[in-house]
Ligand binder design. Structure first.
Ligand SMILES: [Zn+2]
Ligand SMILES: [Zn+2]
Length: 446
């Protein structure tokens, strides 16, 4: 995930979200005594924490890029086999599936990502990464700057707690280690490799993400929680020539400039103003010299939406604006390419409401219902679209004192994908294990 949903708390979108709260979950079992269950999980955690800490630091200092997570996957496979899970490796290239059958009952999916990012860690931590791998043909530093290492430690910790408490619940745990989340490719690759045909199809699913809010906090929201993300590319063709004689040319930079301005009217005049939609142009490449009009101009940008209908409308508007701009200039047609990225994650309403009640009972006012989705995107949506009603929630990872100081000084704290992002391990992992164990027990407890 590119940024935590905690960063964006806009209230104005509640109506949009409410429209999307369509529940497909089958009816759920009796409610859990959350404080009592949390006390049991905490006892397990007290015994397990040194093991989880060592595992976390090992993973943190050995990060691997998407579809190259072989060491990471082997490490997790060993952990899960040790707990009595039946483990299959190499699902969707480097993914793994770990099943624990414990009598009749629902199949519950718990997902962690395995991958890290192609950047150089600058946290200065004693266990900081110095790893390098090949990314798109070039050697690069690699770091767990999105916190997926926290997720993996919490995933193993949850498995350990649930196995220790196996007399209290019934059903099948399906723990999956998903590769290449950052490449928005791993979830689909696991599904295409038979995740829901070679293995049981889960009745419910859970995933968590650590973000730049206070550790100890758990954040959740029914309905849409992350955006559809599409990559946009536009090439305007013209006719190059001397900058002093523009009448002999067709100026692609003029086309690009007009497009960049006009495309925002797709947002302001074509899209329903109450619906979320963003078009940003982040790259413009054209020409080399001030007195030469180039042959072409290339733009790259991103399109973000929550709703598929809004997305379709925006894509149509972008294409029309690009061809209109080329027509005005008397230029050859523009080339527009739109590459679909992550699709919006839509949490199941009934499951999330029920999970939220347990979070409130266990964490009090540190369980926070988010009023609006974030602008980040995430490929967990593939599992939901394949028919697994889910709750994807966030946990905080930063020191509340440091956050308060940052707020007072107006200096932003390093968030996910920053080379300085450094969630505090113990409170983050503990909260992850507590929240995830309770979410699962809430579905499976006898
Ligand atoms: Zn990320
Ligand atoms: Zn992430």
């Amino acid at each position: 995930m590119t940024r935590s949903s905690t960063l964006v708390r806009r209230a104005g979108l509640a109506a949009t979200a409410a429209l999307m709260l369509v529940s497909v979950a089958p009816s759920l079992a009796v409610a859990l005594d959350a404080p009592a269950a949390k006390a049991v999980v905490d006892r397990e955690l007290d015994a397990d924490y040194p093991h989880l800490d060592a595992l976390y630091k090992d993973i943190h200092s050995h990060p691997e890029l998407g579809f190259q997570e072989t060491r990471t996957a082997a490490l997790l496979a060993k952990e899960m086999r040790g707990l009595g899970f039946e483990v299959t490796e190499g699902v969707g290239k480097t993914g793994l599936v770990a099943l624990y059958r414990n009598g009749p009952g629902p199949v519950v999916l718990v997902r962690t990502e395995l991958d890290a990012l192609p950047l150089q860690e600058k946290t200065g931590l004693p266990y900081a990464s110095t790893a390098r791998q090949t990314y798109k043909g070039r050697e690069t530093f690699v770091a767990h700057a999105c916190g997926h290492d926290i997720h993996m430690a919490a995933w193993v910790g949850t498995a350990r707690a649930l196995v220790a408490m196996k007399g209290r619940w019934s059903g099948t745990l399906m723990f999956i280690g998903q590769p290449a989340e950052e490449m928005v490719a791993g979830a689909k690759s696991m599904i295409d490799d038979g995740l829901f045909t070679r293995f049981p199809k889960p009745d419910y699913g859970f995933a968590l993400h650590v973000g730049p809010s206070a550790f100890g906090e758990v954040e959740y929201k029914a309905g849409v929680i992350s955006s559809n993300s599409d990559e946009l590319g536009v090439v305007f063709h013209g006719r190059g020539g001397h900058g002093s004689m523009p009448s002999l040319t067709i100026d692609p930079i003029m086309e690009a400039a007009r497009f960049i301005v006009d495309v925002q009217s797709v947002i302001s005049r074509e899209k329903d103003p109450a619906q979320f939609g963003v078009i940003s142009i982040g790259s413009i490449q054209a020409g080399n010299a001030g007195n030469v009009i180039p042959d072409s101009a290339e733009l790259r940008g991103t399109i973000r939406t929550y709703d598929a209908g809004v997305r379709a409308r925006m894509v149509a508007g972008i294409e029309r604006t690009a061809s209109g701009v080329a027509l005005i200039a008397g230029a050859p047609p523009a080339e527009v390419s739109i590459v679909e990225g992550g699709k919006a994650v839509v949490n199941d309403a009934a499951l999330t409401e029920r999970t939220g009640r347990v979070f409130k009972a266990a964490f009090g006012d540190r369980a926070i219902m988010l009023p609006a989705p974030g602008a980040a995107s995430e490929d967990y949506s593939e599992f939901i679209l394949a028919g697994v009603p889910s709750t994807y929630f966030s946990i905080g990872g930063l020191d509340p004192k440091a956050l308060a100081e940052a707020r007072a000084s107006g200096k932003p704290v390093p968030a996910n994908h920053s080379p300085y992002f450094a969630p505090i391990p113990e409170p983050s992992i503990r909260t992850g294990v507590e929240a995830m164990s309770l979410a699962v027990l809430n579905i499976m407890s006898k």
